[in-house]
Design a protein around this ligand. Structure first.
Ligand code: GLU
Length: 450
């Protein structure tokens, strides 16, 4: 007796819940992907015959380790480090490291699982992985950050390498942390393996455009969605949540394309500047002084700082770019955006919209760019950084930016085509998930049961 596609997906989802009890974020990421894969299983039962789904949701390897370090008072502190090496069918594991107090196995697994599909969509030869720690970088001195990174890498260095697993940044891990991590890796290995990490400084193997890539890529993706409707960013009002690396460069590119970005946020609250955000102030506060976003109003008294939870989505806008963190945009916020006339939503963060919020956007005809497609620009340029490191050369900003634009346009086209082919025209959640899945699944079949 053959199992129906729906039955198969439901059965594997039950296994996931049983094997990974209480891991709600992981369940959510799996559910979103599983639901959108039903049409491909209906058309191509070969994936059911090979039990691809149950193999894909089980990470190839999970490493969890102790990270002891000494703070500035001389006190010994302990954090937990993770690396999930999820899938290496199409290339070395690739994905960022997140340092944030909320990090646990569920968060790292949801991120690692999404990374498989996102990385596949980029068209680059990179598998899926993710890592991090429950270490809180907020309020730590430079020396504390360095000692933590050194301890973290002392263990992680045993498990990574330019051809096996290539970490990068994510929340709480930027250029400074990548520098300390790279220094410690080099010391442990006794050799210069530039391609072991991406997001490096420009003088030791970093790629031009990597810093900008995730934010720019999100805007390029939304621009593709708009172009298809004969529309553009010109004259649009945009709200961008967050004020980290992704948000800053999304604001920069949206502004360059003629939009007015009126709000951004951090975990304390959001600023609303009806004249348009002054990006130089945000960059200095966040990238140089490492201060809170509320300081913005000291320099721009016409702007307002507000603290209500989720309140940033109550600001009327044409385009919303959630670029902060997972589940920052719920059903209620989505309904508010829709009633305020939002036209397009592009996810710069990983899984920023809840499943209910996504349904609200899709049901109301909002152009919706899901994270795996819309924020893939960062990891795509990471793969270009790996390519430059292997060839021992460096491309110009313009060369990398042009490649990034082509990659985002291809991801868009691929997602649109697959949505159409599998009976859900315009639904880029279905299109992106199927496109990302199909390549990895076909390679897993080609490589046998391993
Ligand atoms: N952390 C980023 C992401 O979520 C980038 C990963 C990378 O460059 O490897 O895709």
């Amino acid at each position: 007796m053959t199992t129906s596609a729906k039955q198969y997906v439901n059965d594997v989802f039950e296994i996931v819940k049983k094997r990974n009890p209480g891991e709600t974020e992981f369940h959510q990421a799996v559910k979103e992907i599983f639901d959108s894969l039903v049409p491909i299983f209906e058309q191509d039962p070969v994936y059911i015959e090979h039990n691809i789904l149950e193999r894909m949701v089980e990470p190839e390897r999970i490493i969890s380790f102790r990270v002891p370090w000494v703070d500035d008072e001389g006190k010994v502190r302990v954090n937990r480090g993770f690396r999930v090496q999820f899938n290496s069918a199409i290339g070395p594991y690739k994905g960022g490291l997140r340092f944030h107090p909320s990090v646990n196995a569920s968060i790292i697994k949801f991120l690692g699982f999404e990374q498989i599909f996102k990385n596949s969509l980029t068209g680059q030869p990179i598998g899926g992985g993710k890592g991090g720690s429950d270490f809180d970088p907020k309020g730590k001195s430079d020396n504390e950050i360095m000692r933590f990174c050194q301890s973290f890498m002392s263990e992680l260095s045993k498990h990574i390498g330019p051809d096996t697993d290539v970490p990068a940044g994510d929340i709480g891990v930027g250029a400074r942390e990548i520098g300390y991590l790279f220094g410690q890796y080099k010391k442990m290995r006794g050799g210069y393996e530039a391609g072991v990490l991406t997001g490096k400084g420009l003088d030791f193997g970093g790629s031009l455009t990597r810093t900008e890539a995730t934010g720019y890529g999100t805007v390029y993706f939304v621009n593709e969605m708009l172009k298809d409707q004969n529309d553009s960013f010109e004259g649009k009002t945009v709200v961008v949540s967050g004020s980290g690396n992704v948000s800053i460069y999304a604001i920069e590119k949206a502004t360059e394309l003629g939009a007015k970005v009126v709000a951004c946020s951090d975990s304390n609250g959001y600023i609303y500047d009806k004249n348009g955000i002054n990006l130089e102030t945000v960059k200095r506060l966040k990238e140089v002084e490492r201060k809170r976003i509320k300081e913005y109003v000291n320099e721009h008294p016409e702007a307002e700082f507000k603290t209500e939870d989720g309140g940033i989505w109550s600001i009327p806008c044409d385009i919303a770019l959630p670029c902060a963190t997972q589940n920052e945009l719920n059903e209620e916020a989505a309904k508010t955006l829709v009633s305020n006339g939002v036209k397009a939503v592009g996810e710069g963060a990983n899984m920023p919209s809840t499943l209910d919020a996504i349904d609200v956007f899709l049901d109301n005809g909002v152009l919706f760019g899901p994270a795996k497609a819309a924020n893939a620009g960062g990891v795509a340029v990471s793969a270009l950084e790996m390519a430059q490191n292997s060839a021992r050369l460096a491309w110009t900003f313009e060369e990398v930016d042009e490649k990034l634009q082509n990659i985002m346009a291809n991801i868009y086209k691929n997602s649109v085509d697959n949505a159409e082919k599998y009976g859900h025209p315009g639904n880029l959640v279905v299109g992106a998930n199927i496109a990302g899945f199909r390549k990895v699944a076909d390679v897993m079949i080609a490589q046998g049961v391993i």
